[in-house]
Design a binder for this molecule. Structure first.
Ligand SMILES: Cc1cc2nc3c(=O)[nH]c(=O)nc-3n(C[C@H](O)[C@H](O)[C@H](O)COP(=O)(O)O)c2cc1C
Length: 250
């Protein structure tokens, strides 16, 4: 196997961006297949592999997904308005108009999850709540596949967004995509060529998050530190949710 240089890999990891609006240019099927192939190789607890993927290109279906999300967006906005102004999620500080930018992506992949695979995990997960129980293992598996998908997308020179689903619109989404009752839609991942550029988002420094041999208490954060961090984070990540026109999208 040809060796992948760590610096090339780090470049890929650092340059991947969540992008929330896409050019209409089509994405070749060959690249989509490579992206799906990467997701297939994600790690999962006891190799349970709970994932299945629906590749959506039909403009009508994408429009319907956008309409469903727009309703959900209003609900998120209504709840975010109750938060302290500078701690509100920056994607939902204004009431959206129209459908979200991601709905215009050339491709949306619905990352579906089969909770029946929970039984793959070791039985102790059912008896003890060590890692959050079997449901947590299942969600970690799904997050791995979703991230693998998005990293592979970046490796193809494409952009993507992680669109969280929610019980409040999942059933409608499942009906639209004819997903069987047993399965869930874990995430939607729109994919396309980016319609705009984003600076690198903020990441905590290595020296703040790495400890050697044991936890270095001098790095321990109080609740006040966490809130201060969140304020800083909100400030730095606000541009990520700004359209060039000044509106926001999710
Ligand atoms: C569990 C999880 C849920 C997320 N949900 C959303 C979402 O619903 N909408 C969205 O635009 N981005 C979502 N994101 C993307 C994060 O906002 C994004 O990764 C973070 O702001 C860092 O930016 P970056 O991806 O460009 O590094 C999610 C990411 C994760 C891991």
């Amino acid at each position: 196997m040809a060796k992948i240089e760590i610096d090339d890999f780090l470049r890929l990891v650092r340059n991947r961006r969540s992008i929330r609006n896409f050019k209409p240019d089509p994405v070749p099927d060959e690249l989509i297949n490579k992206i799906l192939e990467a997701a297939r190789w994600a790690m999962s607890g006891a190799n349970g592999q709970p994932w299945e993927f629906i590749v959506i290109k039909d403009p009508e279906t994408k429009k319907k997904i956008g309409d469903l999300y727009a309703g959900y967006w209003k609900a998120i906005y209504a709840i975010e308005t109750s938060r302290v102004q500078d701690l509100k999620h920056q994607g939902f500080t204004t009431l959206p108009t129209g459908i979200p930018g991601f709905a215009n992506a050339p491709v949306i992949i619905a990352v579906c999850a089969d909770p029946r695979t929970l039984i793959a995990t070791v039985s102790i997960a059912y008896l003890c709540d060590g890692e959050g129980g079997p449901k947590a293992t299942f969600l970690k598996n799904m997050a791995n596949a979703t991230f693998m998908l998005q990293l592979a997308t970046a490796a193809c020179g494409l952009a993507s967004q992680w669109v969280s689903t929610d019980r409040s619109w999942m059933e409608k989404l499942k009906a639209l995509l004819d997903v069987p009752d047993d399965l869930e839609i874990h995430t939607l991942v729109p994919i396309g060529y980016p319609a705009y550029k984003r600076p690198r988002p903020y990441r905590r420094k290595l020296k703040e998050i790495v400890h050697h041999e044991k936890y270095d208490r001098s790095k321990y954060r109080t609740e006040e530190d966490i809130v201060a961090y969140l304020r800083h984070l909100r400030e730095t990540s606000r541009p990520a949710y700004k359209k060039p026109s000044g509106e926001t999208w999710a």
